[in-house]
Each structure stands twice: as C-alpha cells, then as structure tokens.
Design a protein around this ligand. Structure first.
Ligand code: FAD
Length: 275
C-alpha cells in the first residue's frame, strides 16, 4: 500500500494583508502554516498505514521553505517527502498546480505504484478545492471528495468504502482503487508528533525536484500554463451598522423593540418616497 499525501504551505490567514496597489498578498512577516485541511489528510493516511502497513509519501509544491510542512508530516509518521520547487512553477493557478503535482506522483509511482492519493478538501488561501480533482483527472484515478470517514479498505478486492459529507446528509460510497480522496477538516484530530519523530523529521533530507529534473513544458506550468489571471484581490467593504444601547439605568434609547420598529417605519417611508 503506497499512499501519497499532498500538503500545501499557506499563510496564516488571520495575519494576511493585501497590498492595495499591487493586489497581491503581503508575505513579509506573515507566519506560514500547514493548510489546516492537510493535517487530517496526513492523519487518514497514517491510520491506513498503521492498520495495513505500507508507505506514506508527502509531496508539496512551493518555495524552498515549504519543506517545513513536509517535515511536519514526517514528524507525524510519514516515511518520505518531496518538495517541488522551482521559480518556473511560481504563479501557477489550479490547472498548472495540479499538472506539476500529478506529474510528480506519476514519477513517484514508477518506483512504487500509488494506490491512494490524499488531499485536503481545500486550502484556506486559494480556497478552490480544485487541485485534488485536477490531479485525479490527470492521472485517471477514481476520486471521492468531501470525505470525513474512511469506513473500510479491502486490499484483495481493491475497494475502499468512504463517507462523504454533504450539507444536510452523509453519503457512503464504495470505490475502486487507485483513488484520490479529498479529506474534510473535521475528519479527525491529527496526531501529536513524538519527540524522537520530531528530531528525525528535522534531520531527514528532503529531495527537491525542480523543472530541470521534471522536464515539464514551460508553457504548461507556472504563470505561462495558468488559464486564469487574478485581476484584483480585495476585502469586501464593511457594512456600517448602528448601535443602540440603554445605559445601566434603562435610560437612553427606550426599549430596543421600540427603536427597531421606529427604524423599520423610517426605512418604509424612505423606500416609498424613493419609489
Ligand atoms: C494567475 C494566478 C497566479 C497565482 N499565483 C500564485 C502565486 O504566485 N503564489 C501562490 O502561492 N499562489 C498563487 N496562486 C494561487 C494558486 O492558484 C493556488 O495557490 C494553487 O493553485 C492551489 O489552489 P488552491 O489553494 O485553491 O488549492 P485547493 O484546490 O483548494 O487545495 C486542495 C488540496 O490540494 C492540495 N494542494 C493544493 N496546492 C498544493 C501545493 N502547492 N502543493 C501540494 N498540495 C497542494 C492540498 O492537499 C490541498 O488541501 C495564483 C493563482 C492564479 C489564478
């Protein structure tokens, strides 16, 4: 059983600011973290490895410092990691990102065929949820998205039964391997790495694959290979609200119900006047 998990380094979104001139993220001084959906994906892979044996390989595409998210997954228990990093991969949209990741997985599977690929359901920065399905489509893998539980795995029949989380209900499906799963954030609580694993993860060398190694057509990767362009990034304007409150003696605005009724009447009159 060989499982590949894709993990992405993302800015901690509570700290993100946007440059109003260039419309790009201000990255300086922003802490980076593992995409919160990807920890549960690693955990699901490790749970399978714990039960059935096998190997877990972690892959990330990003700048050199993205090796930190790979090391974190190795600290949790993953066996190996590969960082896909090259300036020509930069500026990629989901099409170009899934192309590079799919190609790397194909390369990895030459050595050891891949049975399951795990991705987070989505990221907290790009937020598209397109990369997982993009990888599966390129590799011709079956796919099950929005998975919040792996119910069973039958290695002989090459079947996996998973639970998919919908808005109002759950769906249980059986799918044939090889498969790509996208994992929900609340699927599990990722395990806490032990001290020896943490030390191991700091010491292990993470191979970096650039495009000299991957030999992808420069027109199909990075900015050149992206079908979409970000025209503008902005935070929506905050709605101006009005706050009414009585003081501690009950004086001031009267009862709040009275204020709301008065406001509604004012809005009604204004909308009649405005036609
Ligand atoms: C024109 C354009 C330019 C862009 N330029 C940049 C840029 O310069 N820098 C930048 O950071 N972003 C850039 N982006 C955003 C970029 O498209 C996304 O970061 C990337 O494609 C992943 O999409 P997502 O975050 O929506 O992933 P989702 O589809 O929401 O992610 C789902 C899952 O896929 C996997 N995954 C996604 N991305 C990666 C990855 N890189 N490595 C490993 N696993 C992954 C993870 O398991 C993740 O949980 C650009 C987008 C566009 C349209």
């Amino acid at each position: 059983m060989h499982i590949v998990v894709c993990v992405k380094m993302v800015p901690d979104t509570t700290q993100v600011k946007i440059d109003p001139i260039t419309n790009t993220l201000i990255r300086e001084g922003v802490p980076f973290i593992t995409n919160p959906f990807d920890g549960p994906a690693v955990e699901e892979a490790l749970k399978i490895k714990d039960k059935y044996g096998g190997k877990v390989t972690v892959i990330s595409m990003g700048p050199p410092m993205a090796d930190s998210v790979i090391r974190k997954a190795i600290a949790m228990g993953a066996d190996e990691g590969i960082l896909l990093s090259d300036r020509v991969f930069g500026g990629a949209d989901t099409l170009a990102t899934s192309k590079v990741l799919a190609h790397a997985i194909l390369e990895v599977s030459k050595k050891e065929p891949v049975d399951i690929i795990m991705c987070g359901k989505q990221t907290i920065d790009g937020d598209t949820a397109q990369v997982g399905p993009g990888i599966a489509t390129r590799l011709g893998f079956n796919q099950a998205t929005l998975v919040d539980k792996i119910i069973s795995l039958d290695l002989e029949r090459k079947k996996i039964v998973v639970r998919r989380k919908q808005d109002e209900w759950h769906e249980i499906i059986e799918v044939t391997l090889p498969i790509l799963l996208t994992i929900e954030r609340d699927a599990n609580k990722p395990r806490y790495p032990s001290v020896p694993r943490r030390i191991f993860s700091e010491e292990i060398s993470i191979p970096v694959w650039n495009n000299y190694f991957m030999k992808l057509d420069l027109n199909s990767i990075g900015l050149n290979g992206s079908a979409t362009t970000v025209k503008r990034i902005f935070a929506p304007e905050k709605q101006q609200g009005e706050i009414y409150a009585e003081d501690e003696n009950g004086n001031g605005v009267g009862t709040l119900v009275g204020v709301i009724i008065k406001k509604l009447e004012e809005w009604k009159i204004r909308s009649i006047q405005n036609g």
